[in-house]
Design a protein around this ligand. Structure first.
Ligand code: RFL
Ligand code: PHB
Length: 388
């Protein structure tokens, strides 16, 4: 393999969008992805794009399908104690979110890489980084029995929360917390129960009604960490979901066979700093948030926006100011999203061992959100995404 300017480890949204943004600045890159293309495209994950994410994708030629197929939501709902509090995102912020699945984002990105003839290596195993403190790092990897070495000016670690790149940051400090539950999620080819998302707080635990399209629903239930999927046949899932929703919503639930089921643990994690020498981390490789605030994919997008801008400045005139400031710039947005995701998780879930005091705090906060325009604005501006 010939040397390249930027070697990108990980071909998820962070890695492939970075390759695409670099290309628009005339910077060459190679993406190394451990899995097959179909495997990456088959992972059902995020569904909510912030307005800034949609604008950025559109500004780089990736907006057409989002325009046609994305669902623009101007509000989001919090349900608790039988009532539904609608947060009017458009009225409070002038912005909205767009429902458009990560699978669709990834498809658009792979198609854009194909059209540009961008180098992507799938099923790249044993990726290792060398000489990161020099000005010519090298990477090694293998596909099947064939091993390859190549050099790059920079390495972007976009290999997610189970990747290898973060282990190359020796002096990194990790701030982390685990939540004592997970989310049991299903995808079903049924019309969504509501035109907008509903986050529900119920004595049995949290529930979320989301969607991918007008014919495809995505629902989640808070579940204990040791939950066995086998013990949750579809009927049990639907019954429990109906129980956790206000009757006015649950009565309209249209059920059907699930087409995907999964359990996701919930964590918050931030690695600080996000760079060492010529290695820069982006996306889940550097930070993980619980999905409650719908922030993970959006943070991956903002990281690579900052990183591509910094690399573009370097290749334009040799300036290193933005590159040196990358970690600081990205982290200030990351910490805000970590705080918001933690806050929404605290507000909407049942925490084992939380007594009456915890419940009254949640009820009081929800009452405040129901009645205070200031509280609604604070939630809305975080949900639609803080400015880049
Ligand atoms: P990814 O998507 O994990 O991609 C990393 C890629 O790196 C590859 N890889 C390696 N490649 C080469 N060598 C190695 N050693 C490698 N190790 C790993 C992996 O195979 C993979 O392809 O990270 P990236 O690109 O940073 O993107 C982050 C997002 O995927 C993630 O934050 C979101 O999915 C989180 N998320 C949500 N985010 C939102 O913004 N809105 C949402 O509504 C939302 N909902 C969710 C979510 C995540 C969920 N799960 C399953 C964790 C809902 C769920 C249930
Ligand atoms: C989803 O549709 O998968 C989804 C939506 C909102 C969230 C998390 C996940 O907060």
């Amino acid at each position: 393999m010939a040397d390249t300017q930027v070697a990108i480890v990980g071909g998820g949204p962070a890695g492939t969008l970075l390759a695409h943004l670099l290309e628009s600045h005339g910077i060459e890159s190679v993406v190394l992805e451990r899995r097959s293309r179909d495997y990456v495209l088959g992972r059902i994950r995020a569904g909510v794009l912030e307005q800034g994410t949609v604008d950025l994708l559109a500004a780089h030629g990736l907006g057409d399908r989002i325009d046609r197929e994305g669902l623009r939501h101007t509000g989001v709902n919090l349900a608790a104690g039988g009532r539904v509090i609608r947060i009017d995102l458009a009225a409070r912020t002038g912005k909205a979110v767009t429902i458009y699945g990560q699978t669709q984002v990834q498809t658009d990105l792979y198609e854009a890489r194909d059209a540009a003839g961008g180098a992507m290596v799938f099923e790249a195993e044993d990726v290792a980084l060398h000489d990161l403190e020099s000005d010519r790092p090298r990477l090694t990897y293998s596909v099947g029995c064939e091993s390859t070495t190549f050099g790059a000016d920079f390495v972007a670690g976009c290999d997610g929360s189970h990747g290898v790149c973060s282990s190359y940051l020796p002096a990194v400090r990790r701030y982390a917390t685990d939540y004592p539950f997970g989310w049991l999620g299903i995808l079903a080819a049924t019309p969504p129960v509501c035109d907008e998302l509903i986050y529900a707080n119920h004595p049995n635990g949290f529930a979320l009604c989301s969607m991918r399209s007008r014919q495809l629903s995505r629902y989640y239930l808070q579940c204990p960490m040791d939950t066995d999927l086998e013990e949750w046949p579809d009927d049990r899932f639907w019954d429990e979901l109906r129980t956790r929703l206000p009757a006015t919503v649950g009565d309209n639930l249209i059920t059907g066979p699930s087409i995907e089921r999964s359990i996701t643990p919930l964590h918050s994690l931030v690695s600080e700093p996000m760079q060492v020498g010529r290695l820069h981390l982006a996306g889940d490789a550097a930070h993980v948030v619980p999905p409650t605030g719908a922030k993970g994919l959006n943070l991956a997008v903002s990281d690579v926006h900052y990183l591509s801008r910094a690399l573009a400045a370097y290749y334009r005139d040799g300036s290193t100011g933005l590159l040196n400031a990358y970690s600081r710039t990205a982290l200030s947005r990351v910490w805000n999203a970590v705080r918001f995701s933690w806050w929404m998780t605290q507000l909407m879930h049942r925490f084992p061992g939380d007594g009456d005091f915890g419940l009254r705090m949640q009820q009081t906060e929800l009452d405040y959100l129901a009645t205070s325009r200031a509280a609604q604005t604070a939630m809305a501006e975080n949900y639609v995404g803080l400015p880049l």
